[in-house]
Design a protein around this ligand. Sequence first.
Ligand code: HEC
Ligand code: HEC
Length: 302
Amino acid sequence: MSNLLKWLGIGIGSLLGIVLVAVIGLYGMGQARLNRKYAVSVKLVPIPVDAESLAEGRRIFQYRGCEACHGEDLQGLVYLDNPAIGKVITPNLTTGKGGIGTSRTDEDLIRAIRHGIRPDRTPLLFMPSTEFYYLSDGDLGKVLAYIRSKPPVDNEMPPSKLSATGFIVMNVARTISFLPAEYIPHDQDPPPPPEPGITDEYGAYLSISCKVCHGPNLSGGEIPGFPDEWPAAPNLTSGAGSRLPDWGEQGFIAILRTGENHGRKINPNYMPWTSYRHMTDDELRAVYAYLMSLPPMEFGNR
Ligand code: HEC
Ligand code: HEC
């Protein structure tokens, strides 16, 4: 072998070695993040039993997006099936076959919803507890009442599982929150929730999930970590070029209720209006009031 070939061989060999070490390192990091145990003390909440609270619980379950991810009968769904990431399944929340309803205490459910943590204290995948950490005790209690009231559904599914590359992707694609539990201040109480009413404060409480896509300051733009074919999220502040002021309160309510803006249909896979349409008029008025109260920003100023 000529010297050149020999050095080339050593060069490629060490490069492969470095890549291999990096891959093993990232994989190990992913495993460590998934196996980490979180110590949280869970505060129980009163769970009502009256029919009105159950109906409210259902509505909250719908407008907070739980139903879209867990299914109308709480039977569980395939949330994500992508070979590069893995298969993520939302569990069957009922007491039927394959359901977690019988094995979970109220404390387990609250730990999952508010903290994104399993009964064994490891973090749940993609369960957006960063939003539900802020749920009031009243709202959470009604949601639990609703979950517990559902008839059993038999639906046995395998547990969620990341693929080998998923363990690596989760460390590289930092704009995607694989483990929401990592972002929650578990040892702090959430701020006291605002009283329901047509107020900016209550509107902010109802708009927590909008920030995932419309940006932390709601000025819209490309959604980081989402597939390229997704449209940009529009500006929800009243800054230059925003359509929010023109829609007016009633126009805004109509868009979120019907998923239609002046005849243009809005795809609920991108913009989950099929969840938000379950808000009452007063709740949507609070959301509009909150959005109009925000500092006007230019589009996409995330
Ligand atoms: C964006 C989709 C999404 C939304 C919205 C969502 N969930 Fe989940 N949820 C998940 C996924 C995914 C899992 C399972 C994660 C896993 O297997 O690691 C999960 C797990 C859970 C669990 C844990 C069950 C167990 O194993 O102990 C409970 C309870 C739960 N969700 C309740 C809710 C409630 C209540 C809401 C609304 C307040 C909600 N979820 C909203 C995706 C979602
Ligand atoms: C999962 C991402 C996502 C979430 C969560 C989300 N949006 Fe959107 N929203 C979008 C996208 C993407 C569009 C643009 C859709 C299009 O152009 O078809 C959009 C469009 C809109 C529109 C404009 C519709 C139009 O005709 O231009 C309004 C109003 C809106 N969203 C309000 C909200 C509010 C209020 C919330 C929270 C209560 C929210 N969105 C939460 C992604 C999201």
